[in-house]
Structure formats: structure tokens, C-alpha cells
Design a protein around this ligand. Structure first.
Ligand SMILES: C[S@@+](CC[C@H](N)C(=O)[O-])C[C@H]1O[C@@H](n2cnc3c(N)ncnc32)[C@H](O)[C@@H]1O
Length: 208
């Protein structure tokens, strides 16, 4: 199911500012591999949010080959902490070459393994935790993210409308993961959450 009227979606695409060629290259690569990316609309949102909270420490849960991370990088400075995670080794090398090509090699820090284990083991608190894991893992994110965010920090999660499958009568395991996650965030007293119907749905949760 498309969440937005096709005409409105094209109009939103037209309103996007031009983006650097590296993003277009990554988008072409992803299209060839059928790899799911946040895309430019959500990418801009990530950069704006990181700039808004003056993020100095960001961790991504599920970085793929670094596209969403590169949007965060644009808002960050030398010496800031931008941790990428992915369970697939090959994504680490791809991300490294895209980061270097984009001139952000200084912010490249990629951990291969289970993202939630990395989050658990990492020292200190984060300004932003970006969640784009496989959807069946989503319910495991909330308590850990709450512990590892600073007050005023943001948990940002992609695909929270899951192509409209959240409305299905007999949801599969991934959809149940998203449904449980959305409901738990709604009920969590330590987060203020809003669901944005942008692209495939993005939730923003502010740690009170
Ligand atoms: C949707 S893609 C990420 C796309 C990326 N955020 C972007 O927009 O550029 C999801 C990625 O999460 C990784 N992943 C899923 N569950 C994971 C887990 N528990 N630990 C580490 N990586 C995981 C997958 O290997 C995949 O590359």
C-alpha cells in the first residue's frame, strides 16, 4: 500500500533541495541491489534533527552501507561520535569507501555485529539513536535506547507504518514487531512520541 497519494509524493520529491552527487550514487547503487534506504526525504529529516539537537553522539542501529549515516555526518563535527552498526561485514567496507569519497572519513566508525549488543556495550549517552533494524527486532530497542539516551535525546525509528501492513488483520512477525513497538512507545512514560507519515512512517521519540 502506498501511504501517500502518488501526486503528493512526487510533489514532495520536487520540493527537496538538491543533494550532493554522492547521495545520488548511493541511491543508484541501492536501487541496483534492491537495498532499502531511508531515501532523501527522511535523510533531510535526519540531518535537520541532528542539527537541531546539536548532536555530538549518534548511534545507528542498522546502517546498511552508510546512506542514512552520511546524512547525520553532514550535521556533525570532527571529533564527534557517529557509530554505525550492521550485522553484515560487507556493509562496513562499502560504507568506508562512501564516507571517504564524501569527505567524511574522519567520522567513519563502523561496528559489525548485533546492533543492540553494540549499544549495550558502548560507554556514555547518546544525543540520537536511529533505529532501522529488521522489524522483528524493534520491540527490543525501546528499553535499551531509553537507558542509553541523554534526557532530551531522540530515538528516531524508520518504517513505523510498514507500507500500511500495520492495518492488516493477520499481521506477520515483522508487522507484529512494528505494531508492538509503536504501542509500547505510545505507553512509555519516559518518551514523548509522534508518528510522522513521511515515506514509510518515521517515529520521533523525545526522552523526557
Ligand atoms: C533497512 S537497512 C538499513 C538502511 C540504512 N539505515 C539506510 O537507510 O542507509 C537494515 C539493515 O539493518 C541490518 N540489521 C538488521 N537487524 C540487525 C541487527 N540486529 N544488528 C545489526 N544489524 C542489523 C541489516 O543487515 C540491514 O543492512
Amino acid at each position: 500500500m502506498e501511504l501517500l497519494h502518488a501526486g503528493i509524493d512526487s510533489y514532495l520529491q520536487e520540493l527537496l533541495p538538491d543533494r550532493d552527487a554522492i547521495f545520488l550514487e548511493m541511491e543508484r547503487y541501492a536501487a541496483g541491489e534492491e537495498f532499502p534506504l531511508v531515501g532523501p526525504q527522511v535523510g533531510h529529516l535526519l540531518e535537520i534533527l541532528a542539527r537541531s539537537v546539536e548532536a555530538e553522539s549518534v548511534i545507528e542501529l542498522g546502517s546498511g552501507f552508510g546512506y542514512s549515516a552520511l546524512w547525520f555526518a553532514r550535521a556533525m563535527l570532527d571529533g564527534d561520535r557517529l557509530i554505525q552498526t550492521d550485522m553484515k561485514e560487507e556493509n562496513a567496507g562499502l560504507s568506508k569507501s562512501f564516507f571517504e569519497k564524501a569527505g567524511f572519513g574522519n567520522l567513519y566508525d563502523f561496528r559489525v555485529g548485533d546492533a543492540l549488543q553494540v549499544l549495550e556495550q558502548e560507554e556514555g549517552h547518546f544525543d540520537i539513536i536511529f533505529n532501522d533494524l529488521f522489524k522483528e527486532h524493534y520491540p527490543r530497542v525501546i528499553d535499551l535506547a531509553y537507558k542509553r539516551l541523554r534526557p532530551g535525546g531522540l530515538l528516531i525509528s524508520d518504517n513505523t507504518l510498514w507500507r500500511g501492513r500495520v492495518l492488516e488483520q493477520q499481521p506477520d512477525g515483522k508487522t507484529r514487531g512494528v505494531l508492538q513497538f509503536n504501542q509500547a512507545l505510545k505507553e512509555h512514560r519516559g518518551f514523548l512520541t509522534v508518528q510522522l507519515p513521511l515515506r514509510d512512517g518515521v517515529s520521533l521519540s523525545y526522552k523526557v
